[in-house]
Every structure is written in C-alpha cells, then in structure tokens.
Ligand binder design. Structure first.
Ligand SMILES: NC(=O)c1ccc[n+]([C@@H]2O[C@H](COP(=O)([O-])OP(=O)(O)OC[C@H]3O[C@@H](n4cnc5c(N)ncnc54)[C@H](OP(=O)(O)O)[C@@H]3O)[C@@H](O)[C@H]2O)c1
Length: 287
C-alpha cells in the first residue's frame, strides 16, 4: 500500500519507522520540518505539504497532538486523498472521532479511529495495544499496517467509529488520576514527617507499583525531562475525558486541574510524572 504518515512526534517517529522498514511505500509529513531524516534514510519520502504527502495514498495515518490538530490537517487530507482510508491514531475522544468520520464519509473517504495504548518503548518494539473503531472492512484493510506498530494479539476492533477513542480515554483517565494520586500520597507522607525515599519504596509495592516502577528515577531526581508522554498530552486527555462524560467526573476534573497547574509551574514538555512531583512538592518551603 501507499501509506502517508502525518505527525512525527515522540511516538509518531517510532511508529512510522516500522512502516519505513516494511514493504509498504511511505511518505511522511510533519508540521515542523526536520524530523524525518532517519525515516528518509530508511527509504521514506518527506513531503513538504499535507497535500503532497497524501496525494495517491491508499492509507493516511494521523498521529497528531489531539483533535484541534486533526481539525487543522484533515481538510487538506480530504481534498487530496480521494478514496483513501484515514487511520487516525491520535487520541481525540469519541465525539471528535465521529465528527472526523462523518467529514471523511461525506467526501468519499473512509475513517477508523485507532488510538494506541503503550508508550515509546512498545512503539519502538512494535508491541503497542491498538484499539480500532470502524467497519470490519476498514479494520481488515488497516490491520497489516496497524500490526507493524501493534502487537498482533492486541490490535482489536472494539466497535464502530468512536468506540476505540472512548476506550482510550478511559485508559488515560486512569493514568492521569494515578499520577495525581501518587503526588498526594507523597505529599501526605511528607506532611506526616516521612522521608520521600521510604515513601517511594513502599508505595512502589502497592497498587501504584505499575506507575512508580516506570517513573521512580524521575521522582527521585525531580527531573522529568526524559519525556515519554508529556504533561501537555495528559492535560489534553483529562480535559477530553471530563468533557466527554455525561456526568461530573469530580476526581478526573481535580486531576485535570493539577495537570494544568503543573503546566503553569513550568513543566510543559516534561513527562506527566511531573504532575506527581509537582503535587508532592507543593506547599513545601521554596516550592
Ligand atoms: N507519547 C506517548 O507515549 C503516547 C502514547 C499513546 C498515545 N499517544 C497519543 O499520540 C499522539 C501523539 O503523541 P506524541 O507523544 O507523539 O506527541 P508530541 O510529541 O507532542 O507530537 C505531537 C505531534 O502533533 C503535531 N501537531 C501538533 N499540533 C499540530 C497542528 N496544529 N497541526 C499539525 N500538526 C500538529 C506536532 O507537530 P510539530 O512537531 O510541528 O509540533 C507533532 O508531530 C497524541 O494524541 C497522544 O495523546 C501518545
């Protein structure tokens, strides 16, 4: 297939790299140029516009920041990729996914939402979880490409367009709440006079273990620059979750507020573990 891959961010690059190494023909585009050198060295073509990237493509992959970015890029895709299947791997939320599917359908394109679960390491290893929302036919067409970055046993069609995005929001809502919860556990311990290191060791053996086993060095050093998933993305996803729910998700809203405060405190671009660190340190002398 001729594949156009739009969005070479932290996770887009390792995902596109699998396509570049496959038998498919790959053209890539990113809003800011200069990210495609390694992909080009693997045989990909770098396009200087969305129109150039998608013209003649059978499959157009979107891996952008969020729904606002997709809203900016999709009209050009629709204008230049007649008949193509749009595989939107961006975490957008279900309402936006249905909106994008409808815009595509009206113009004779097809659309599946195909957000991923996992981060840079599974993306590099080709073992991401992939949730797919769309028709069985479109899922079957996309599957050979999705299995390049996804674990074949975890590339799952979960329902119609929007269902995959709904599932993905539930996953990230949990992660965001967990980051905020770890931060408050650390703050509580600090207020009760406990050492941070002891707290981290013992909390790592609790239900927070999954998170802390990945983020422990960041919380020990208070250095969140080794970003895999940014605070900015987590704030976007918590906001999407709060807006998507039909009821007031008070805990999620509190986690979203904390993510925003973490951004306002200067942690934009850093890993979302900074949410835990920021909460843990808030109120401390000098913070
Ligand atoms: N990182 C992870 O671990 C992870 C895991 C699962 C899912 N996701 C989801 O995957 C998507 C990408 O994540 P990421 O970590 O790669 O994010 P990222 O590093 O922040 O990259 C965002 C990408 O979106 C592009 N972009 C942003 N605004 C745009 C706009 N208005 N028009 C066109 N392009 C725009 C950026 O282009 P520039 O380079 O020009 O800024 C960049 O290519 C997000 O939806 C995220 O929620 C990420």
């Amino acid at each position: 297939m001729r594949v156009a891959f739009l969005g070479l961010g932290r996770i887009g690059i390792p995902m596109a790299t699998h396509v570049a190494r496959s038998e498919h023909e790959l053209t890539v585009w990113n809003r800011s140029p200069g990210k495609a050198a390694e992909l080009v060295s693997l045989g990909a073509t770098e396009a200087s516009s969305v129109a150039d990237a998608v013209t003649g493509a059978d499959l157009v992959v979107l891996m952008l920041f969020g729904p606002d970015a997709v809203r900016e890029v999709l009209p050009e895709v629709i204008s230049h990729a007649a008949g193509a299947l749009v595989v939107d791997a961006t975490t957008n939320g279900p309402a936006a996914a249905r909106e994008f599917a409808s815009s595509c359908r009206e113009a004779g394109l097809r659309y599946v939402d195909a957000p991923v679960a996992g981060s840079i390491k599974p993306a590099t290893d080709g073992t991401l979880g992939v949730f797919v929302g769309g028709s069985v036919e479109d899922y079957e067409q996309a599957r050979p490409v999705l299995e390049l970055w996804g674990d074949p046993d975890r590339v799952l069609r979960v329902g119609d367009v929007g269902s995959a995005s709904a599932l993905k929001l539930c996953v990230n809502q949990g992660l965001g709440v967990m980051a905020a919860g770890v931060g408050e556990s650390l703050r509580l311990g600090r207020d009760l006079g406990l050492e941070r290191e002891l707290l981290l060791t013992v909390l790592s053996q609790t239900a927070y273990g999954w998170f802390l086993n990945q983020k422990l060095p960041m919380l020990q050093s208070d250095d969140y620059s080794g970003t895999t998933f940014s605070v900015d993305l987590m704030a976007k996803d918590l906001d999407l979750a709060v807006r998507a729910a039909g009821t007031d998700l008070e805990v999620t809203r509190a986690a979203y507020d904390q993510a925003r405060r973490t951004l306002a405190a200067g942690h934009s671009g850093e890993d979302y573990a900074a949410i835990a660190g920021h909460i843990a340190d808030e109120g401390e002398a000098g913070s």
